[in-house]
Design a binder for this molecule. Structure first.
Ligand code: NAP
Ligand code: ZN
Ligand code: ZN
Length: 348
C-alpha cells in the first residue's frame, strides 16, 4: 500500500479537514504522481455536499491535478520519473466498448471510474487530488508542457477539456456566433477557446462586475442576463450556446437566442433540471444537448493546443488550509476565475 494524506470530507456538511489514507500498490501500467497543484472545480463542491445524491465518504475531492512522476510500473511506456503530468476527471474505463475504442472514454458504455468517490476495479474507493499523491493507470495521465505556468494548467484538466470538447464537436470557428453562459471556471475557459477558434463570442453573465474581464478574456459582446431587453435583442442569432452555470436558472431566453437548427449544449450540472418550453425547440428545430469532459486523446490535444497558443486559466492560488473558504466564494460566483491549491501547503 502507498501512504497518502490530504483533505477530505467525512460527510455532506462538515468542512474538509486533514485526512490520512492509503492508495493501491503500483501495478504494471500505473504511474505514481507527486501532486503539486490541484484546481477547485464546482463539481468538487456538488460532490462534497452530496448535491447529486451519489456521494461516498470519506471523500478527498480534486480532479484538476498537476504533478511530477515519482514512480512508474514495469509496463509503463509513456512516462518516466520526473515528467510533468496531469490527471483529470476519470481514472479508468473499460477500453473495449465502442465509445472507448473511438477515444471517447468519457462515454464508456460499461461505466467510467471517476478520480474520486467511486470504487475502482480493485474494489478501492478512489480519492482525488487534494492530496500529496495519486496512483493512476498511464492511459489516464497526460503530458504537460513545462512552457506554461503549471498552476494555470491545472484547471485545463477539467474546466479546459469540458469546454474545448463541445466547442470542437459543434465546430465553433470563424463566422460563427457563439454564446457562453456563466463566467466561472468553465465559462472563462470556454470564452478563451471560442475566441481562440475565431468565433464571434458573446459572454452572458449575471455579474456586472465581470464585464471588463469578459472583454479582456476575449468576448466581443457581454450581455447581463438579468436584463430582459438585452436578452431579447439576441433572439434568433446564435449558432451555438454553451451553458456552464452551476445553479438552476431559466434557459428559455437562451433557447430563443438560437438560430434555426442551432444547438444549446449543457456542461453545467445543477442539482435540479430546467423547465423547457418545447415551443422553443419545435418552432426553430433547435437542439438541447450536453457534453462531459473529453476523451483522453482529445485532452492531450487540448493541452498541446494550449502550450502552442499560450493558453492557461486565470487562477487565484490558495493554500489547502483556505479550501473551505474558497468553496464558499465559488458558490457566490466570486472567483477570478479558478482557485488552484498549491500543494506545498499540505506539508509532508
Ligand atoms: P463556477 O466557477 O462556480 O462557475 C459557475 C458560474 O455560473 C458562476 O461563476 C456564475 O457566473 C454562474 N452562476 C452561478 N450561479 C448562478 C445562478 N444562480 N444563475 C445564473 N448564473 C449563475 O463553476 P464551474 O467549476 O465552472 O462549474 C460549472 C458547472 O459545470 C458545475 O455545475 C459543474 O459541476 C459542472 N461541470 C460539468 C462538467 C462536465 O463534464 N459536463 C465538468 C466540470 C464541471 P456569472 O457570475 O458570470 O453569472
Ligand atoms: Zn471538474
Ligand atoms: Zn468503455
Amino acid at each position: 500500500m502507498t501512504q497518502s494524506h490530504g483533505y477530505a470530507a467525512q460527510n455532506a456538511t462538515t468542512p474538509l479537514a486533514p485526512f490520512k489514507f492509503t492508495r493501491r500498490e503500483l501495478h504494471d501500467h500505473d504511474v505514481q504522481v507527486d501532486i503539486q497543484w490541484c484546481g477547485v472545480c464546482h463539481s468538487d463542491i456538488h460532490s462534497v455536499r452530496n448535491e447529486w445524491n451519489n456521494a461516498v465518504y470519506p471523500m478527498v475531492p480534486g480532479h484538476e491535478i498537476i504533478g511530477t512522476v515519482k514512480a512508474v510500473g514495469s509496463a509503463v511506456q509513456k512516462f518516466k520519473v520526473g515528467d510533468l503530468v496531469g490527471v483529470g476527471v476519470i481514472v479508468d474505463s473499460c477500453r473495449t466498448c465502442p465509445s472507448c475504442k473511438a477515444g471517447e472514454e468519457q462515454y464508456c458504455e460499461v461505466g467510467i471510474t471517476l478520480t474520486y468517490g467511486q470504487k475502482d476495479k480493485y474494489g478501492d474507493l478512489t480519492q482525488g487530488g487534494y492530496a500529496n499523491n495519486i496512483i493512476t493507470d498511464e492511459h489516464f495521465v497526460h503530458t504537460v508542457s513545462p512552457k506554461l505556468n503549471p498552476a494555470g494548467v491545472a484547471p485545463l484538466l477539467c474546466a479546459g477539456i469540458t469546454t474545448y470538447s463541445p466547442l470542437r464537436h459543434w465546430k465553433v470557428g470563424p463566422n460563427k456566433k457563439v454564446g457562453v453562459i456563466g463566467l466561472g471556471g468553465l465559462g472563462h475557459m470556454g470564452l478563451k477557446f471560442a475566441h481562440a477558434f475565431g468565433a464571434h463570442v458573446v459572454q452572458f453573465t449575471t455579474s456586472e462586475s465581470k464585464v471588463a474581464d469578459a472583454k479582456r478574456l476575449g468576448a466581443d459582446e457581454v450581455v447581463i442576463s438579468k436584463d430582459a431587453a438585452a436578452m431579447k435583442k439576441q433572439a434568433n442569432s446564435f449558432d451555438f450556446i454553451l451553458d456552464t452555470v452551476s445553479a438552476p436558472h431559466d434557459i428559455n431566453p437562451y433557447l430563443e437566442a438560437l438560430k434555426r437548427d442551432a444547438t444549446y449544449a449543457q456542461v453545467g450540472l445543477p442539482d435540479k433540471p430546467p423547465v423547457i418550453f418545447p415551443g422553443n425547440l419545435i418552432f426553430k428545430r433547435r437542439s438541447w444537448s450536453g457534453s462531459i469532459i473529453g476523451g483522453m486523446a482529445e485532452t492531450q490535444e487540448m493541452l498541446d493546443y494550449c502550450a502552442e497558443k499560450g493558453i492557461t486559466a486565470d487562477v487565484e492560488v490558495i493554500k489547502i488550509q483556505q479550501v473551505n473558504e474558497a468553496f464558499e466564494r465559488v458558490v457566490k460566483a466570486d472567483v477570478k476565475y479558478r482557485f488552484v491549491i498549491d500543494m506545498v501547503s499540505l506539508g509532508a
